[in-house]
Design a protein around this ligand. Structure first.
Ligand SMILES: Nc1ncnc2c1ncn2[C@@H]1O[C@H](COP(=O)(O)OP(=O)(O)OP(=O)(O)O)[C@@H](O)[C@H]1O
Length: 442
């Protein structure tokens, strides 16, 4: 092992001392796991999980997702291949030590029933030899972070918590020692849909603050699309069928298997991922309340339009005014009596998804819905044509060049982390012996 390098030699050294450790990349290189003589559970898997991203492993039951994940924290030892975490060979780390710096969240939280919430969260800090005061402070900080009031929850036992609260404690426990990597194995699988959605939102919020590298296993396509910066769709033996961003996968599914997996509603799902602000909006004839009625009539005629949108002095949409409302009128537009069909029920925000836009269009009385920018000012409008064009455009834009897809499957460009090269790290210190397969990490 080279002694003179400035690079850290262990994940413990990578983890800042309570100071907010960001994620590190994970590389799996030709990783295979065989259980006995059966076909490999994981067969020669090579993939890079970029630092600070949520990468979702998505695939049918038994395809090897959990085995893949558990090889990262050495709950399962690979039969062959290498796994680098932050550039460090996982085999060169003591398994226990490695696991203290890789958070692990499983279905139904896996909390110790005889320990309080605080006791559960304090497990890893105690193993790391933190003193009581520091540990107690960290427990409260983490409870706050996952949205549980420390005073109310720290002394409860797991049985006194709902499933969702238990899972929040599970996440707090996994984050206790501020690990750069979080492994989450179907963490929300046992929760009802509403709790599940809330926790997904919470996870995204947390990740916005923490930027960990998160490997997330699920069978649920919608969960994958919602959470993943990238999704790896796995076939038998964890073979990568497609690896890309949700938009890339929806816009250009690698094959019929992926399309089938996506549930055949890829256009609708793409709508849910695309924001109104990112598409070319339709423009409507605009009118200020002080504009002259006769002038507006001419403008509508010249534009071949039936309706204009009336905006207040701050450009906020007030109502629609039609050619028929203007006929025979004079003076300012703002003085016209409101027409029966001019009401604006819905104004979309620029942050709305195209799916929300379609819902608004279906519920609206007209085939156009205005969109407001940050301060409520009108920025354009959505019509069904806008939506259709946007989907086509997203598909074109997201579609990677064909030969590139082989690159996408396995190795997205890894950011330069300044981590040591694999060769600078001792390789075989931990030996090859199988670890405690199927044991749950604490
Ligand atoms: N300890 C073990 N001994 C023998 N076979 C195992 C062991 N663990 C997993 N397997 C087998 O390896 C394959 C992959 O299992 P794994 O749990 O990784 O799949 P998975 O994709 O996570 O499935 P699920 O979505 O159902 O959890 C399966 O065929 C499974 O039976």
């Amino acid at each position: 092992m080279p002694e003179t390098t400035d690079h850290p030699q262990s994940l413990a050294a990578l983890a800042a001392d309570g100071g907010g450790t960001a994620g590190v990349p994970i590389e799996l290189i030709g990783v295979t796991k065989r259980f006995g003589s059966a076909a490999p559970a994981v067969d020669d898997l090579t993939m890079t999980i970029p630092a600070g991203e949520i990468v979702v492993l998505l695939g049918a039951s038994g395809c090897g997702k959990t085995t893949t994940m558990r090889m990262i924290n050495r709950l399962i030892e690979p039969t062959s291949g290498r796994i680098l975490i932050g550039g460090l060979d996982a085999r060169a780390q003591q398994p226990d030590e490695l696991r203290r710096h890789i958070g692990y969240v499983i279905q139904q939280a896996g909390l110790f029933p005889h320990m309080t919430v605080a006791g559960n969260i304090a497990q890893v800090p105690m193993m790391l030899g933190w003193d009581r005061r520091r540990t107690a402070r960290r427990v409260d900080e983490l409870l706050d972070l996952v949205g549980l009031a420390p005073g109310e929850y720290r002394d409860r036992y797991p049985r006194q918590l709902s499933g969702g609260q238990q899972q929040r404690v599970g996440v707090a426990r996994a984050l206790a020692a501020d690990p750069p990597v979080l492994l989450m194995d179907e963490p929300f699988g046992a929760l009802d849909p509403i709790t599940r959605e809330n926790l997904q939102e919470e996870l995204l919020r947390l990740q916005g603050e923490l930027s960990k590298t998160i490997v997330f296993v699920t069978h649920d396509v919608d969960e994958a699309l919602r959470l993943g910066d990238r999704i790896a769709i796995l076939g038998a033996g964890s073979r990568i069928v497609q690896y890309g961003t949700p938009e890339e996968i929806l816009a250009d599914p690698a094959d019929a298997h992926v399309e089938q997996f996506l549930g055949g509603r890829s256009a609708m799902k793409l709508l849910g991922l695309t924001r109104v602000r990112d598409v070319v909006l339709d423009d409507q004839v605009r009118a200020g309340t002080g504009d002259d009625v006769a002038g507006l009539r001419h403008r509508l005629r010249d534009a071949g339009a039936e309706w204009a949108i009336v905006l207040d002095e701050n450009d906020r949409p007030i109502r629609w005014v039609g050619r028929a409302d203007l006929d025979g009128g004079s003076g300012p537009v703002g003085a016209l009596p409101p027409g029966p069909d001019g009401r604006i029920d819905t104004v979309l925000s620029a942050g709305s998804t195209l799916q929300e836009a379609v819902e608004a269009l279906l519920n609206a009385d007209r085939e156009v819905v205005p969109v407001a920018g940050a301060h409520g000012g009108y920025v354009g409008a959505v019509t069904l044509t806008t939506v259709r064009q946007a989907v086509q455009e997203v598909r074109e834009r997201r579609r990677p060049p064909r030969p590139g897809r082989t690159t996408a499957a396995g190795t997205p460009p890894a950011p330069d982390t300044g981590a040591p090269s694999a060769d600078s790290v001792a390789l075989a210190a931990a030996g090859e012996a199988d670890g405690p397969d199927r044991a749950d990490a604490r």
